[in-house]
Design a protein around this ligand. Structure first.
Ligand code: UD1
Length: 384
C-alpha cells in the first residue's frame, strides 16, 4: 500500500536542499503519495527556489510578515501545520536543518505520533547563541526525530556522543551537493541580466552573501567595511552581492556598500543563478551555512565571516577559512588569498567532505525501508 510522506519547509535554503528529495520521492509514485507543505516563512526567496525544482506545494501557509519575530513564526507555523497534519494524517514527516519551520514541523509530528525524519541532523557549533537561534533549533529537532539523516561521519559521531542510538542514524551525504551538481552547467545562461554581464567581465569575480541574525548591526558593518577596502585595494575585482531581503540586512548593505563602481548589490537571485555564480567565482565571502558546502563542491576558497561553524569538515579539509567578523580579520583573510597564489591553490585543492550527489537517493531508500516498502538499506556515504 502507498505511504503518505509529508515534506515540510519554509525558507529558501530548505527548499533547495529538500528539492532533490521531493524529486526523488516523486520518482516512486507506486510507493509514495508525496505532499509538500510550505509555511511561507520566506516569500520571494522561497518562491524562486520552488520554481527551480519545479515544486508546487500542496499547502502554503503564507506566513511571512515584514520584520517577523521568532515568536510569531513559531506560533503561526505550529497552528497552521497542526491543522493540516491532523486532516492528512501522513505516515511520515520530513523536515530539514535548523529553521523555525523545521522545529514547528517536528513538534507537530510529535503531537500526532507521526514518525519524523530530520535531513541534515547532527550539525553542532556547541555555542548556544551562535548561530542564533539555529544551534538550539537543530538540537530541538533531533530530540523529536526517529530517522536521523546525518550528512557526514562527523555529524553521526556528534549524535552518538549525545546518546542517540546508532540504529537511528544514517550517513547520507549532503543533499545540497546533489542540488548543486544538478544545477551547475558550463553552458548556463544567467537569468539575471546584470549577472550575465558581470560574470563576463575580465578580472576576478568575488561572490558574497551575508544574512545571519547574530551578525546584524556592528559585526555586519565591520564585514562590509572590510569588503569595501578589499575592492579599493584590488582593482581587478568585481564583487557581486545578492542582498537578503531582511530589512536589517538591506539597510546596512546599502548604506555601507552602495556607490562603489566594482561592488554590485543585486536583488536576491534565483538558485540556479546563485550556483552558477559560485562555480564561476574566484573567491567567496559569506556568513552562510549552506554556501560552505556549495563552495567546497566547486573547490572555491571561502572566507567565512562568523565566529563558529557547525560544518568544521570544510575548515579541517582546508577549503573554508573561519575569519570571524572583525574588519581587520576579514580583510586580511581575503586579501592574502588574493595576493598569495600558493595559499589560494592549497585551499582550492582541498577535498569535498560533504557529499557525492547521491544523498537524496539514500534518504528516500531509507524512508522506504522504514515504511516497509523495501527490505534493504543503502550503503552509507563516505568522503573521498
Ligand atoms: C532564516 C533561517 C536561517 C536561514 C535563512 C536563510 C530561522 C530562525 N532562520 O533566517 O536559518 O539561514 O532563513 O535565508 O528560521 N524576507 C523577505 N522576503 C523573503 C525572505 C525574507 O522579505 O523572501 C525578510 C522578511 O522581512 C523577514 C526577514 O527577511 O522578516 C527575516 O526572515 P526570517 O525567516 O525571519 O529569518 P532569516 O534571517 O531569513
Amino acid at each position: 500500500m502507498k505511504k503518505k510522506v509529508m515534506v515540510i519547509f519554509g525558507t529558501r535554503p530548505e527548499a533547495t536542499k529538500m528539492g532533490p528529495i521531493v524529486q526523488e520521492l516523486r520518482k516512486h509514485p507506486d510507493w509514495f503519495d508525496t505532499r509538500v507543505v510550505v509555511t511561507g516563512q520566506h516569500r520571494e526567496q522561497l518562491d524562486q527556489a520552488l520554481a527551480a525544482f519545479d515544486i508546487r506545494p500542496d499547502l502554503d501557509l503564507q506566513l511571512m510578515k515584514e520584520s517577523q519575530t521568532l515568536a510569531y513564526i513559531t506560533s503561526a507555523a505550529v497552528t497552521g501545520l497542526d491543522r493540516y497534519v491532523a486532516e492528512e494524517k501522513p505516515d511520515l514527516i520530513l523536515v530539514h536543518g535548523d529553521t523555525q519551520t523545521a522545529v514547528c514541523g517536528g513538534l507537530v509530528a510529535f503531537f500526532h505520533h507521526i514518525p519524523l525524519g530530520h535531513v541534515e541532523a547532527g550539525l553542532r557549533s556547541h555555542k548556544k547563541y551562535s548561530p542564533w537561534p539555529e544551534e538550539i533549533n537543530r538540537r530541538l529537532v533531533d530530540v523529536l526525530t526517529d530517522l536521523l539523516f546525518a550528512p557526514t561521519a562527523l555529524s553521526k559521531e556528534k549524535l552518538l556522543r549525545e546518546g542517540y542510538p546508532a540504529e537511528q542514524i544514517y550517513v547520507t551525504g549532503q543533499t545540497a551537493i546533489d542540488a548543486a551538481l544538478l544545477t551547475n552547467r558550463p553552458d548556463y545562461v544567467f537569468r539575471n541580466e546584470r549577472l550575465r554581464e558581470l560574470t563576463e567581465r575580465p578580472g576576478r569575480l568575488v561572490a558574497m552573501t551575508a544574512h545571519r541574525k547574530e551578525n546584524y548591526g556592528e559585526p555586519m558593518k565591520q564585514m562590509f567595511r572590510a569588503i569595501r577596502r578589499l575592492a579599493d585595494d584590488h582593482p581587478d575585482l568585481t564583487v557581486v552581492y545578492p542582498v537578503h531581503l531582511s530589512p536589517a540586512v538591506q539597510e546596512t548593505a546599502y548604506s555601507l556598500l552602495s556607490g562603489h563602481d566594482r561592488i554590485h548589490l543585486l536583488e536576491p537571485i534565483d538558485y540556479p543563478d546563485m550556483i552558477n555564480l559560485l562555480s564561476r567565482s574566484h573567491l567567496i565571502l559569506s556568513d552562510s551555512g549552506g554556501l560552505q558546502e556549495e563552495a567546497t563542491v566547486f573547490r572555491k576558497p571561502l572566507v567565512l565571516m562568523r565566529d563558529t561553524t557547525e560544518r568544521p569538515e570544510a575548515v579541517t579539509a582546508g577549503a573554508v577559512y573561519l575569519a570571524g567578523t572583525e574588519e581587520e580579520a576579514v580583510y586580511e583573510a581575503a586579501s592574502s588569498l588574493l595576493r598569495d597564489e600558493e595559499r589560494y591553490s592549497r585551499m582550492a585543492s582541498a577535498v569535498n567532505p560533504f557529499g557525492d550527489g547521491q544523498a537524496s537517493e539514500r534518504i528516500v531508500a531509507i524512508v522506504a525501508q522504514a515504511l516497509g516498502l523495501r527490505q534493504e538499506l543503502p550503503g552509507e556515504f563516505r568522503a573521498e
